[in-house]
Design a protein around this ligand. Sequence first.
Ligand SMILES: *Cc1c(COP(=O)(O)O)cnc(C)c1O
Length: 406
Amino acid sequence: MAERFTGSFTQQESIPEEAIAAAVEVMRGGRLHRYNTLAGETAETALLEQEFAALTGARFCVAVASGGYALGCALRAVGVQPGETVLTNAFTLAPVPGAIAGIGAVPVFVGVTEDLVIDLDDLAAKADSADGAKVLMLSHMRGHLCDMDRLMQICDDAGITVIEDCAHTMGAAWNGVPSGRQGAVGCYSMQTYKHVNSGEGGLLITDDEDIAARAIMLSGSYMLYDRHLAAPAPEVFERVKYITPNISGRMDNLRAAILRPQLRALNAQVDRWNDRYAVVEQGLRGTPGLRLTERPEAERFVGSSIQFLLLDWTRDAVQEVLARCAARGVELKWFGGVEPAGFTSRYDSWRYAPSQPMPSSDRVLRGIVDMRLPLTFSLEDCALIARIIRAEVSAVFQATPPVQAG
Ligand SMILES: *Cc1c(COP(=O)(O)O)cnc(C)c1O
């Protein structure tokens, strides 16, 4: 009988006991609001910001309500105005173009390569174009880092400010530099499916004192910014405090309390993710018709999900693979479906934003198959999952040559 996987692709690990105890402590005190502190007390939220700044080496950090909020806040804080264009990835998650549209700006999509990173030639061309975007919101989608040195060169040469969407790269690095530290701003998500889990939550880091002060004012600090530990000096706030609107999206102490112990464990968790990734990757290597992404030497990634390409396969053949894997308990997501489903939308799904057809990106997007690797999977689970995918991809590939003509 064929092997079957019975685990859940959406089940995360429990919140660590230490984090639960810290959360209970906050609830006992009743002071959940970050600015509700006793004399001499430092809020959990302020400590979280200080610790995340130290972890990434950033000067400033602000904790907010979600990753999407952090992205919108970053766009405002760097000064994007309604009607302006913002470059971003054609292959990303809906909150990224959503953050751009949310401030009344207009996304301009940059293509994706077979290595699942932003197409730097397309970026270079669009960076030079007349409609003059001054900001790139760079999404490290599914944890793939592009050649960050070349990307920063292109953007620096064109005078483009980079905001990094690090929802899938918290804990990752390029040439030893933590992801989120090459651009002017780095934004992270602590939503349940990311690398630390408070249900919802976001972090924004920067070395720029004006961006930091504006982000803190925007997040809803009223005039209580002196209670932050990873914030610029009071005189910086004097420059911005009367002209920056309060768009409330603060983090609360309960979530911060849950997150602090998880941040301390982040590096160890990254290793556990990468152990799982390596087992699946090894099990899939050499499967006929299936292309794995080779990860560059400079990239320290977090294997919390894995992608492979069924490049130039017909839609019917890909769907056949998905159905056969699903029947054996393996849940795969596909970015090539006609309709967006669950998390898998793409640039032509976001019809509020204008886009031109991008044939080479379309070819890649049609082939992207994606799978989560929660830490609740054992290494044996990962090996079993890889065997199932390998068997079903091979079976479909051999039965019906699935490759599109021309
Ligand atoms: C999850 C996610 C976000 C935004 O995070 P939320 O906390 O859900 O708002 C941004 N970008 C990508 C690529 C994501 O996966």
